[in-house]
Design a protein around this ligand. Sequence first.
Ligand code: B12
Length: 473
Amino acid sequence: MVSSFKSACFIYPDDGNSSRYDRMFPPLGLELVAASVRDSIPSRSMIDLRFDKKWEQLLPEDTDLVALSFLWDMPLPSVFKMVRSIKKLRPGVTVVCGGRFAEVNSEALVTAPDEERVDVVFSGPDDGRFKIFVENGTPDHITGVSFIRDGEYRVTPMEPYGQIPDEPLPDRSLRRGRYGMIRRDGLDLGIATDAIQSSRGCPFRCAFCTFNKDSQGREIAYTARSPESIADELEQIDAPFVTFVDDLAFHRPDRMDKLCNILLERNIKKTYAIETRISMGMRPEIVEKMSRVGFRYITFGIESMHDHVLDFLNKGFHRHQIEKLFARINHVPMYFIANFIIGSIGESREEMLQIPEFARKIGLDSIMVHPLRSFGPEPLTEKVLATPGYYIDPKSKRVYSDELSVKEILNLARQIKRNFWTPKQKLKSAIKFQRLFKPNIPDIAWRMVLWKLQGEPDPWGEAVRGKNKHLDS
Ligand code: B12
């Protein structure tokens, strides 16, 4: 065991502001980082602030290294407050962090006053660098890190994005509790969940997407793990429902085919959710095999069925391809959801209102409708700003026009969803959902009753009266 530290604590924050079911997702990134030092550091622990409210009591006495993960925007003062508390509780502790938000704010984080300063910020995916840091005790020879040396702010250049590693697998043994369909207000539907990352990046260049670039505009190369390593990880997962957090799970169909074969051979059967492109329809035989191993919840980025909008969004396909490809797979027992984007340049209100009929006609089971947003620096922002009569709302980044205000576009999104959900569609989708997922309705109903009666218990087991009290601490 080679380590400059004796006890590391990994802390995942609670932004308090996420989706209702954010407790479905474990802190995968931190679990990977923690796994990488399994054999290097004598003692490791994990705190997830979404559940562990009294984290100060959970921070081991001998902690000399704290690793934080910041993926989403959050107020910097709250980050400094947390670092201050950690440094006060464990004087001399080294605090490091990673994740997209840390990367964007690396200078502010490492140049803050001593008592609230983060010692090292890691940009980009870890890919073994944290282990080198733990073993050497210094960031000096590590790529893509920010720190202070001799009073000066230093940043080491980042390497181009490499291959997503097959190993280590995230260390799930550090979890204190169960992730699952647990609502923010404490309602626990009793369904355990987990997540897996089987690939990184996306080779497509949709105009609206910020996913395939990092915060500094560097391209995140698409790379995928081997089917064997994905199967090894799925084999270790207890939860029956697993979400692939990949931006594009069905790319390289032969890899998916091989994964399905391994899952069938090893008899690994779970329910999986993925996001992907409609090009899945090019290999219907693999899609059928996927349904046999449990791929059930499939979300497509269709975005539009108007060719001029698809061109504007640089989707790389047209309406006839959507219709043709989906017709080849819509009989497969899977629940198909599609994302649509409204408010593109040149798209009329009438065109937007055609979405429900189109979606029902091709056989989608559910839709999500998003007003176009333009975060920049993606090329979309330039296009919008160069078009007379089109604007970007500075706060929400929603695109609007002289014809349609932000409010009108939001109303249209609601109307499109309402129009999609005719009584017949509701019944059809509900029957399919019941057939595919077999939810234990009496159990869920019973849990809802108990939750009401018990006054919205904290998901970690602590009963709290009153709405969202457990979020205040
Ligand atoms: C699961 C998920 C969610 C869940 C989150 C549940 C929760 N609160 O934890 C849900 C669905 C609720 C969600 C919501 C949102 N999400 Co989200 N989400 C993801 C997703 C799909 C997976 C995260 C994950 O597990 N990744 C896999 C792990 C292995 O990667 P990782 O966490 O990045 O960790 C690696 C590195 O970052 C680094 N690292 C991370 N921490 C540390 C720490 C140290 C010490 C070190 C050394 C390294 C390190 O090393 C790790 C291993 O390589 C990512 C996309 C993705 N594929 O990553 C988006 C992503 C994180 N989400 C994103 C966004 C924008 C959002 C939303 C704001 C969307 C919206 N408009 O509402 C919301 C808001 C979230 C909020 N306020 O909480 C963006 C963040 C972009 C950014 N910050 O610029 C991402 C990256 C998607 C994207 N490509 O744009 N999300």
